[in-house]
Design a binder for this molecule. Sequence first.
Ligand SMILES: NC(=O)c1ccc[n+]([C@@H]2O[C@H](COP(=O)([O-])OP(=O)(O)OC[C@H]3O[C@@H](n4cnc5c(N)ncnc54)[C@H](O)[C@@H]3O)[C@@H](O)[C@H]2O)c1
Length: 241
Amino acid sequence: MSTVAGRMAVQAGAHSLEKAQGGAGVLLPGVPGVAPGKVTVIGGGVVGENAARMALGLGAEVTILDKSIARLEVLDDRYQGRIKTVYSTADALETATRESDMIIGAVLVPGAAAPKLITRSMLADMKPGSVLVDVAIDQGGCFETSKPTTHAEPTYIVDGVVHYCVANMPGAVARTSTQGLTNATLPFVLALADKGWQQALRDDPHFLPGLNVHAGQVTYQAVADAFGLESSDPASVVAAN
Ligand SMILES: NC(=O)c1ccc[n+]([C@@H]2O[C@H](COP(=O)([O-])OP(=O)(O)OC[C@H]3O[C@@H](n4cnc5c(N)ncnc54)[C@H](O)[C@@H]3O)[C@@H](O)[C@H]2O)c1
């Protein structure tokens, strides 16, 4: 679903840049003699790379910010300089807000709410009609002025900046999303059906952390923490069955 959301982010953001949507009236690829639009992607994971690829394909000038040097190395190598990679600092974020036509928020800190990387006061430095696409909105959003929206009314404007913050982006392209999700999950469903859940979990270490509760025992630490319960080791619960 991150692949879907990343690819959709640019399509949604490009539409939001149109004048009738409150945008600056910028065509991302530009035209001969007019420079392309600038797209900054914050977070170069699955969402971020897919968004950057789409923006690059449209002919935009693309920069990815990330906190992980290892990830920036992979992206730099993969795109051979066609996408600029920048280590994410307060300074880099300020430059991005001043210069970008579109900023896509695609950060993830596992187990935590997304950090607020662009504050309301920074919006004043953005070009009027520029666009923020907060894909991380399902984790609370990474822009201070983000609030969840729906496909029926996907955008709103704060201080002249268009915000697109749909919490379930893949829902808009349900056919593609369902087919993609089915391809990814079918092998697991077949393993469960063929082997039974106990054997399937014993055979595949990726299954084991998916067990949340069994026979009155909570086997997932974060769920146990959230409800103030004790957690059990899923491997020992499976071994006992
Ligand atoms: N709105 C939707 O429909 C939708 C759909 C799919 C995913 N998402 C959300 O998109 C976000 C990204 O998901 P993903 O699958 O790409 O995650 P990912 O783990 O693949 O990538 C996240 C990246 O963010 C980087 N990062 C973390 N903190 C950072 C910071 N302070 N500055 C810059 N980079 C930082 C990490 O190093 C990592 O490369 C998540 O919040 C996810 O829940 C939303």
